[in-house]
Ligand binder design. Structure first.
Ligand SMILES: NC(=O)c1ccc[n+]([C@@H]2O[C@H](COP(=O)([O-])OP(=O)(O)OC[C@H]3O[C@@H](n4cnc5c(N)ncnc54)[C@H](O)[C@@H]3O)[C@@H](O)[C@H]2O)c1
Length: 253
């Protein structure tokens, strides 16, 4: 039980990597709270979650209130896993490119920052107990997307947002260090979750994606959750301000 006695808050908990973290963290002994924009999908997870709440991570008053109430229920939030995220494929149709850019940045960057700031403020009240925060960046926080994925021509807000998450991780790690709050990031390659379902449905695109990963396959949500567990737990007690690629070798080529 690597998380015995710990509490965890997971955003984007209703789907994909966030949902995998819920299950794994519970099985490792943590008390887990999950928040997500999607209320109906959260309901399906209700048996696994001690606390669950519908929450838009871009809504500051709602984020502050949710963190305050979860911290009060748990006494202290040891772990925050920031999984809420979208790509430009998920924005409503009809938005101009700059409106789509803003929406992706709002969820992936501002949303991650708002909830991290609220949790860090709350963790500071716990004295030296500190905490561990794991942000979800991407391989596309480090390299550009190949043009067969972007269609070319338009700025790709997803890569901009995930690069920013990496720099934000370093900055927040510096501000958290004096209070024993560690902040790290994961950079997944392509992981089989609803986020990339549309891409996987096209056999040619799927083959091209697999080709980019030297291990010869896409990753599974549980494989990312197990790396989040390492960064969240005391196994990584001297690790902060850095990132771990979970990418089947994508970035090594
Ligand atoms: N799947 C991949 O290939 C992949 C690769 C690299 C990084 N990531 C990142 O990992 C994280 C999790 O992705 P996933 O694959 O599990 O995606 P997913 O689409 O399965 O889950 C994302 C969850 O975030 C929630 N969400 C979206 N906007 C929100 C908001 N404003 N407030 C609260 N919740 C919101 C969604 O409702 C959804 O449940 C994302 O940040 C994603 O960018 C995923």
């Amino acid at each position: 039980m690597r998380l015995a006695g710990k509490t965890a808050l997971i955003t984007g908990a209703a789907s994909g990597i966030g949902a995998a973290c819920v299950g794994l963290f519970k099985s490792e002994g943590a008390r887990v709270a999950g928040v997500d924009l999607s209320k109906s999908d959260l309901v399906a997870l209700d048996n696994s979650l001690e606390l669950s709440q519908s929450l838009d991570v871009t809504d500051k008053p709602a984020v502050d209130a949710a963190v305050e109430s979860i911290a009060e229920s748990f006494g202290h939030i040891d772990i925050l896993i920031n999984c809420a995220g979208i790509t430009a494929r998920h924005v409503p149709s009809g938005l101009s490119w700059d409106q789509a850019w803003q929406l992706v940045m709002d969820v992936n960057v501002k949303g991650t920052l708002l909830i991290t700031a609220a949790v860090m403020n709350s963790q500071r009240k716990g004295g030296t107990r500190g905490g561990s925060i794991v942000n979800m960046s991407s391989i596309y926080g480090q390299v550009a997307r190949p043009s067969f994925l972007t269609g070319g021509g338009k700025p790709d807000p997803y890569t901009h947002s995930k690069g920013t998450v990496l720099q934000m991780t370093r900055d927040l790690a510096m501000s958290g260090a004096p209070d024993n709050i560690r902040v790290n990031a994961l950079c997944p390659g392509f992981i089989e979750t609803p986020m990339i379902q549309g891409l996987r449905e096209n056999p040619e695109t799927l083959d091209a994606l697999i080709e980019l990963h030297p291990l010869g396959r896409l990753g599974k949500a549980d494989e990312v959750a197990r790396c989040a567990l390492f960064l969240a737990s005391d196994d990584s007690s001297f690790v902060t301000g850095t990132s771990l690629a979970v990418d089947g070798g994508y970035l090594a080529v």
